[in-house]
Design a protein around this ligand. Structure first.
Ligand code: 5RP
Length: 231
């Protein structure tokens, strides 16, 4: 069967936005799946939904602005009610790899502030174990070689992400090192080790941050909840 990833992304986005309630502060994700959620949210705003949104990237902020979604400064809130974001890979345990779009740092800050983190994905993103997608690691440019060597110590083979012939820069002006760790058997342990590397700003392992994954599959959606989370 030919899987239409774009249709699956749209289906997941349509389902996820149903969780948004009047008056909420809403985190807007980044990427081609989150894009569809932002379009849906803009429609809902046009039809009377009152929310305040916090985008996870300059790209999503520009899109939300163009679509007249009301925004609020992240410093004006203590928490975010719901965030709808994408992922590069997810497991049944709701561990994720994110950062394919380079927005992992702001995405993780927003996720950490969020009460209901909803991930939307097409069915190709579901894996038994993380690691086929190379883990994005955000690093300050000054520390790039040092961090690359520490990644090697952890059996990771890293490449600095390139765009248009030069190093890709994140919204914070950092580099991304896309790192091949092979199959990641113990993502929480690896995350802890990466957290300890000086100069490494953040990595794309999202452990224990997602409450729900809504996956498009063919013409329907499948929902995976964090154990004990059933709303
Ligand atoms: C951006 C991300 C995205 O959520 C992730 O890359 C998935 O993107 P897409 O929905 O385009 O497949 O983490 O930093």
């Amino acid at each position: 069967m030919i899987i239409n990833a774009e249709n699956e992304k749209k289906l997941a986005a349509k389902e996820a936005v149903k969780l948004i309630r009047q008056g909420q502060v809403v985190g807007l994700g980044t990427g081609s799946t989150a894009y569809f959620a932002i379009l849906e949210i803009a429609d809902m705003v046009r039809n009377g939904l009152q929310i305040k949104a916090i985008p996870t990237s300059v790209r999503s902020r520009e899109l939300a602005g163009k679509l007249n979604i009301p925004l609020i400064d992240i410093h004006a809130v203590d928490s975010i009610d719901i965030t709808i974001d994408g992922a590069d890979e997810f497991t049944r345990e709701l561990n994720l790899i994110k950062g394919g779009g380079g927005a992992l740092l702001r995405e993780k800050v927003v996720a950490a502030m969020t009460r209901e983190q909803v991930i939307i994905a097409d069915s190709a993103k579901k894996v038994d174990k993380l690691g086929k997608f190379h883990l994005p690691v955000e690093v300050i440019p000054f520390a790039a070689s040092y961090v690359m060597n520490r990644l090697k110590d952890l059996n990771g083979v890293g490449t600095i992400r390139q765009k248009d012939g030069s190093s890709f820069l994140t919204d914070q002006g950092n580099f991304i090192i896309d790192t091949d760790f092979g199959i990641i058997d113990e993502p929480a342990k690896l995350a802890e080790k990466l957290d300890a590397v000086v100069g490494l700003v953040e990595h794309g392992l999202f452990i224990n941050l997602a409450h729900k994954v809504i996956m498009g599959q063919d013409n329907k959606t499948v929902i995976f909840n964090k154990p004990g989370y059933n709303t």
